[in-house]
Ligand binder design. Structure first.
Ligand code: HEM
Length: 382
């Protein structure tokens, strides 16, 4: 008999399975993953903060096989060198000052486009286009064709999944990498923005690999977070009214949405030595996967963890952006992006509510998002 939930269980509704595993202990062997799964917050932190014992730098790490070595696939000095070259534009103050008004206008531009219709599916009409235009703008690639970039993104994404499933990188993936590479090189050659700045610190292959990782880090996760924040608020009219009445609560809604359903919910590490982890013996080379979804619903840290609660005092202690050396580079940008999307919806779509059909289902093994977020409102009279 196999031990632990199946991949389908974890992709469909992982939370009851994770809660059951946590009752047995913080670390469980899961046959379907071929590795250990960490399901409490304290042990998750122990793993995420100790990159000398739990590294990302392993030949099994699929992203590096497709796009090359980047901050996501390295540890120690090499990681710090990659990350430092891109850190500046993603700092909290830089995001607020350089990107704040652009984000506000962009969210409003997108919502204004469909506001007269009176209804929309907000994941595909708002969350997804905002995620793509935001990362392209941040990287100075505004003139790139968003659909072309998304096409490369999907092809490279399936190649990464293919490598995970034991397949080689195919010609289509090599073509997509070459297409994205030529777009990144053209942006560097234009001489301004974060990519050109990074060339002062990193060789061209590394600039490309990190640019790809920034896009990969940003697109699906931001789409999922914005869609999930909208879905949770629309499903709870009382809390939605509270945010309508007091806009300072929009930031709390974003934080609680990040906690309750992390858009990237599993991160992988590899043990560099034999080690005891919360009473479990881990062998050198073992895969140690941290369930951010489980850490974020650990009742020791978050009482009544399955409830979406705007007033949860410690929602910001979620591990959705991890902690330690790989803490999400884009976390300030992602928070602001989702907040601007919520506020644009509340300001421009009067009386917005969940459309008939009710709340959507959230799915995904690693990247989780609501299937659809159908909403309706009173279109403004002409
Ligand atoms: C504008 C949006 C975003 C950008 C540009 C971005 C970029 C990145 C980058 C470059 C890293 C690698 C950092 C490193 O290894 O040193 C990273 C890590 C991470 N990001 Fe983001 N990200 C964004 C949004 C998000 C969102 C919305 C989520 C989740 C909801 C998320 C979750 C994570 C996680 C879990 C990691 C850690 C991966 C690991 O440790 O293995 N990111 N992000």
């Amino acid at each position: 008999m196999s031990h632990g939930p199946s991949l389908d269980d974890l992709a469909e509704d992982p939370h009851p399975h994770l809660a059951r595993l946590r009752l047995e202990g913080p670390v469980a062997w899961i046959d379907a993953l071929g590795g250990w799964l960490v399901v409490d917050r304290a042990t998750a932190l122990e793993v995420l903060r100790d990159d000398a014992t739990f590294t990302v730098d392993d030949p099994r790490f699929s992203t590096a096989q497709v796009v090359g070595r980047s901050m996501l696939s390295t540890d120690g000095d090499e990681h710090d060198r990659h990350r430092a070259a891109f850190a500046e534009p993603f700092r909290a103050a830089a995001v607020r000052d350089e990107l704040g008004s652009w984000l506000r206008n962009e969210a409003r531009r997108i919502v204004t486009g469909f506001a007269p219709d009176g209804f929309a599916e907000l994941r595909s009409t708002l969350a997804a286009p905002l995620a793509v235009s935001t990362v392209l703008h941040t990287l100075g690639m505004d003139d790139a064709d968003a659909d072309e970039v998304l096409g490369w993104y999907r092809t490279i994404g399936s190649a990464i999944e293919g490598v995970n499933a034991g397949r080689a990188v195919d010609a289509a993936a090599r073509g997509a990498v070459a297409g994205l590479r030529s777009r990144v090189d053209a942006t560097v050659a234009a001489g301004a923005g974060p990519l050109a700045m990074a060339t002062g610190h990193l060789e061209p292959d590394a600039v490309f690999a990190n640019a790809a990782v920034i896009m990969f880090g940003a697109i699906e996760t931001s789409e999922g977070t914005t869609a999930s924040a909208l879905a949770h608020l629309l499903a709870d009219p009382d809390q939605l009214d509270e945010v309508r009445a007091d806009r300072s609560l929009a930031a709390d809604a974003v934080e609680e949405a990040l906690r309750i359903e992390p858009a990237a919910c599993l991160v992988d590490r590899y043990a560099t030595r034999d080690v005891e982890l919360a009473g479990t013996s881990i062998t050198v080379g073992d895969l140690v996967t941290v369930s951010l979804a489980a850490a974020n619903r650990d009742p020791e840290a978050f009482p009544d963890p399955d409830r979406f609660d705007l007033h949860r005092p410690n929602a910001r202690q979620h591990l959705t952006f991890v902690q330690g050396p790989h803490v999400c580079l884009g976390m300030h940008l992602a928070r602001l992006e989702t907040r601007e999307a919520l506020e644009a919806g509340l300001d421009l779509l009067p009386d917005i509510r969940l459309a008939d059909g009710g709340p959507s289902t959230t799915r995904g093994l690693v990247f989780r998002k609501p299937d659809a977020v159908g909403a309706a409102w009173e279109p403004a009279a002409d």
